[in-house]
Design a protein around this ligand. Structure first.
Ligand SMILES: NC(=O)c1ccc[n+]([C@@H]2O[C@H](COP(=O)([O-])OP(=O)(O)OC[C@H]3O[C@@H](n4cnc5c(N)ncnc54)[C@H](O)[C@@H]3O)[C@@H](O)[C@H]2O)c1
Ligand SMILES: O=c1ccn([C@@H]2O[C@H](COP(=O)(O)OP(=O)(O)O[C@H]3O[C@H](CO)[C@H](O)[C@H](O)[C@H]3O)[C@@H](O)[C@H]2O)c(=O)[nH]1
Length: 320
């Protein structure tokens, strides 16, 4: 099969593109390199440097589907520059859906997010939980989910939205290298590498066991498996939404402690103010993904996830 991967020069899109190639598919990556890297596009994929708003230039009926990762995704930035998120995430996806309609491409897998739920009333979070995003990033992704539902109803698109919780780890040589980095695990690893002095803990007064935010970390390779299963499950005229996480929460301090164990570095920490837009606890119920996609994650162990991210961070440091 031939797939367009938007955002395939980024962290998750690059890992999924690699997995698609290994499964024998043809992959075309469309990425404007706004946050991604040319060297993040896996060998064997065709690369088009361009914007999803211009997807109609490259999308034609030879494609069997689209995997849509291209977006801005920093929670904190979205609070101070919301217009950037509405423009790229919502405006960009509207153009992409239009191009798919024109070209008659009927299958879509979309990177949605746990941030669509906001502060949950109950954990683990199920897909029928209220969606009350606490930041414009989550709101923009929720708007896209609504857009996709109406596209499926009106025009027969077969779509699956995967609501990732916190993605981490590496898949072969596909790993996380955001610049600037905002995600917890790669930042803590930068401390272990001596690239920063200490990790800031954003708030220690949350209603959680140790006062720091709790998140559900999922290995990017397990996430990649879910995308291939989602392509199989996509059904014309239907929009399926699935959470992807391991169902277990780890606090910021537990993550830091795990990095200490994996790297042997003492990792100094400093307490900093809360980051705007952060919910206290996000933990997934992935029962829908297991039932509807047949997804069975096999790399849930946090130390293993951190060890893979560490291996990748060290390999990048050697290259630089
Ligand atoms: N990393 C996580 O923990 C996480 C969690 C939930 C959801 N997501 C979602 O997964 C997707 C991928 O996240 P990531 O961590 O790999 O981010 P990333 O920044 O590494 O990748 C995004 C890629 O999209 C490209 N891009 C952005 N806007 C574009 C546009 N208009 N046209 C073409 N290319 C464009 C960027 O250059 C980049 O290569 C995003 O949609 C994000 O919202 C990520
Ligand atoms: O230097 C740091 C960086 C992060 N954190 C904390 O660590 C936790 C995880 O933060 P990340 O930035 O790694 O991840 P987020 O939970 O903010 O967001 C990630 O997961 C979300 C869903 O859970 C969204 O999908 C989003 O795209 C993705 O970046 C948060 O409580 C954050 O406040 C720190 O304490 N210090």
């Amino acid at each position: 099969m031939k797939y367009l991967v938007t955002g395939g020069a980024g962290y998750v899109g690059g890992a999924v593109a690699q997995h698609l190639l290994e499964a024998g598919h043809e992959v075309v990556v469309l990425d404007n390199l706004s946050t991604g890297f040319r060297e993040g596009v896996p060998a064997g994929a065709a690369f088009v440097e361009g914007d999803i708003r211009d997807a109609a230039k490259w999308l034609d009926s030879s494609f069997d589907g689209v995997l849509h990762f291209a977006a801005f995704s920093q929670v904190g930035e979205s609070v101070v520059k919301p217009e950037k998120y509405w423009d790229n995430n919502v405006g960009g996806t509207m153009a992409l859906l239009g191009a798919m309609r024109e070209a008659g491409v009927k299958k879509l897998v979309f990177s949605s997010t746990a941030a669509t739920y906001g502060e949950p009333e109950e954990v683990p979070i199920v897909e029928s939980a209220p969606t009350r995003p606490t930041n414009p990033y989550g709101a923009s992704k929720l708007a896209v989910d609504f857009m996709i539902t109406s596209e499926a109803n009106a025009h027969g698109l077969g779509a699956v939205s995967l609501r990732y919780f916190n993605v981490a780890g590496a898949y072969g040589n596909q790993g996380e290298r955001h610049d600037p980095e905002s995600h917890l695990i790669p930042l803590v690893l930068q401390v272990a590498q001596g690239r920063r002095e200490a990790i800031s803990v954003f708030g220690e007064d949350y209603p959680t066991p140790d006062g720091t935010c709790v998140r559900d970390y999922i290995h990017v390779a397990d996430l990649a498996d879910a995308h291939l299963l989602a392509l199989k499950a996509a059904t014309p005229g239907e929009h399926l939404i699935c959470n992807l996480g391991n169902g277990e929460g780890f606090s910021v301090r537990q993550v830091i402690e795990t990095v200490r164990q994996v790297t042997g570095h003492p990792i100094p920490e400093v307490v900093a103010p809360r980051r705007a837009g952060d919910p206290a606890t996000l933990v997934a119920s992935a029962a829908t993904a297991r039932e509807k996609l047949g997804w069975n994650p096999s790399r849930a162990d946090l130390a293993g996830i951190v060890a893979d991210a560490w291996k990748f961070a060290q390999s990048i440091a050697r290259e630089q």
